[in-house]
Design a protein around this ligand. Structure first.
Ligand code: DCP
Ligand code: CA
Ligand code: CA
Length: 369
């Protein structure tokens, strides 16, 4: 017989802010706010994350920097610009420790991952708990970062468990305890139940996961459609058969097409280029990758090739950024190439991948929240 699955979810505590504290321990006893400046004027932009001291003042991910400054008025707080290079390096180091302990490993964004440890623990939850503690200790000793962990019979339960206690939390939910763990939770704890869905569920008099679990699945599919309705029903009942899956990281994603007619007209080139952009960006999205480098290439009538690239400081994932950058690069390329020659083929490439920072939002988007 197959042993019960044992899945660990690891989520790094107040990650970007904790990295800053590690680099500068004098920050530890004051509010630390990591900011993403928009570049449109002083203090414009959003809070990326904050340490737990700052959170006590209501400062959290996503709020405007100005609002955070108001909440911390007259308080000795540190406002720091995000240093993605640092966070990526720390993330990479921790991920390779995590990976070494799993039968299977799946990274979900910059600061979380799933491990399947079924074989390693022979399905035994005591062993899994010891293993999780050992991993937490190793990460602390090597990287001086605290990570919270959840252990459960599937990814859904392990992930919710990991968020229950922080920092350095370890929450274990055995298969028999799944219902008593899940049912009292508010529905918005389930992945994919965002603000709007929560409102709709409240209107339907569903407040807790247990109430959602007991509702007729037909009522849910009628209200939310078949895919989401079934998902909500299963999730509320703690059912999730999705596997921990290794993701291979591609080096680059690109596409090259031959033009219908040779040309050096920018609009004609862009018509084809934008199609390629749509194609490669949807492939990157499927793989949950953001990218730092965008390159474009033209093959001319004499079969010579010229290319141009732009690299951003932080990973990007927006289709608009991709298209605007491609336009800018093709414009420059046209100025550089010999005036006698037209373009015959054209390509766009993205590379310098990072696992998308938006990983955990995917199903939420799917739920249109
Ligand atoms: N992040 C961001 N913008 C957001 C949410 C998150 O830039 N709106 C970044 C900063 C976070 C990192 O992603 O440090 C991880 O996000 P989490 O949601 O896991 O939040 P934290 O790790 O900061 O805090 P927690 O301890 O609650 O996990
Ligand atoms: Ca985190
Ligand atoms: Ca996270």
């Amino acid at each position: 017989m197959q042993p019960n699955r044992v899945i660990i979810h690891a989520d790094f505590d107040y990650f970007y802010a904790q990295c800053e504290e590690r680099e500068n321990p004098s920050l530890k006893d004051k509010p630390v706010v990591v900011c993403i400046y928009s570049g449109r004027g002083e203090d414009r932009g959003a809070v990326s994350t904050a340490n737990y001291i700052a959170r006590k003042y209501g400062v959290k991910s996503g709020i405007p920097i100005l609002q955070a400054k108001r909440r911390l008025k007259d308080i000795d707080a540190a406002f720091l610009p995000a240093n993605f290079e640092l966070y990526e390096k720390v993330s990479e180091n921790i991920m390779s420790i995590l990976k070494s302990y799993g039968d299977k490993f799946e990274q979900m964004g910059i600061d979380e991952a799933f491990l399947d440890v079924t074989q390693k623990t022979n399905g035994n939850y005591e062993k899994a708990k010891e293993l999780a503690q050992k991993i937490q200790t190793e990460i602390w000793e090597k990287e001086k970062i605290t990570v919270s962990m959840g252990i459960g019979p599937n990814k859904l339960i392990a992930k919710i468990a990991a968020g229950r206690q922080k920092p350095l939390g370890l929450t274990e939910v055995k298969p028999d305890d799944a219902e008593s763990f899940l049912f009292p939770l508010p529905v918005n704890e389930l992945l994919g139940v965002g603000k709007k869905t929560t409102e709709v569920m409240h209107e339907m008099r569903i407040n807790t996961v247990g109430e959602l679990a007991k509702l007729d699945v037909e009522k849910l599919t009628k209200r939310f459609g078949k895919v989401l309705g079934t998902y909500f029903h299963n999730a509320a009942n703690g059912i999730d058969s999705s596997q921990v899956q290794e993701r291979g990281m591609a080096e680059s994603v690109s596409h090259i097409l031959t033009l219908k007619e040779d040309t050096r007209d920018l609009d004609a080139l862009l018509e084809v280029a934008y199609k390629i952009c749509d194609d490669i960006s949807s492939r990157a999205r499927e793989l949950n990758l953001s990218f730092k480098t965008i390159s474009v290439q033209l093959v001319l009538q004499d079969m010579s090739a010229s290319s141009r690239a732009k690299t951003f400081d932080a990973p990007v994932e927006s289709i608009d950024v991709l298209k605007n950058t491609a336009k800018e690069l093709f414009q420059k390329l046209l100025e550089e190439i010999s005036e006698e020659l037209k373009a015959r083929r054209l390509g766009v490439k993205i590379s310098g991948f990072a696992v998308g920072r938006q990983a955990q939002k995917h199903i939420t988007e799917f739920a249109k929240d």
